[in-house]
Unconditional design. Structure first.
Length: 185
């Protein structure tokens, strides 16, 4: 009888350890958005001496069931008519996952940060640059592919300042789609 009780306690401890390990899995995610990469390729034009390499990365951490916080970074270096170009955006972001306690399935998010555009190293509006606040709302669906990889189609609206060359360059402004590819750890 004593042997059965001890065996039951050992299995209960193993179950608790497995549950604790499972709850620690996937609390962090790093993602790369493929859409800005494509926007940079499309906006680049070798005949007009325009080139952009657009990257958008994000970090997200689960802080409570259904809720995560993180940071988003947009970095778009390039060349615009033989002049140096740089777009930089940094924002704090939060998300709510109503269908899951983890970072998966449908989500609603918001972000607040700042961005700037430099043309020839100048952020002055007379040169086409700017510096200011940005705010955004996002909705999407995070699809977990196994325990590590994720795919995240989304739609967002971002409001911020824009420069003189708004139609020519791929900045993070207005309605835009996203397709983030991520790794969870």
């Amino acid at each position: 009888m004593l042997l059965l009780a001890c065996t039951g306690m050992i299995f209960a401890q193993e179950k608790a350890a497995e549950g604790e390990a499972a709850s620690k899995e996937g609390k962090n995610t790093v993602t790369l958005d493929a859409i800005p990469l494509f926007k940079g390729i499309i906006a680049s034009d070798s005949d007009a001496d325009i080139f952009f390499f657009c990257t958008a990365v994000a970090y997200e951490r689960l802080i409570a069931p259904h809720f995560s916080i993180g940071a988003e970074l947009d970095l778009y270096p390039g060349k615009l008519f033989d002049v140096g170009y740089m777009y930089f955006g940094l924002a704090a972001a939060g998300r709510y996952y109503p269908m899951s306690e983890q970072m998966e399935k449908f989500f609603l998010g918001a972000s607040l940060g700042f961005n700037m555009q430099m043309i020839d190293g100048k952020t002055d509006s007379e040169y086409g640059g700017f510096f200011g606040l940005t705010i955004g709302l996002k909705a999407g669906y995070k699809i977990m592919m196994g325990k590590i990889f994720s795919l995240e189609p989304s739609m967002s609206y971002t409001y911020s300042k824009s420069g003189e060359f708004w139609g020519t360059i791929p900045i993070n402004l207005g309605w835009q789609g996203g397709l983030r590819i991520g790794v969870s750890f």
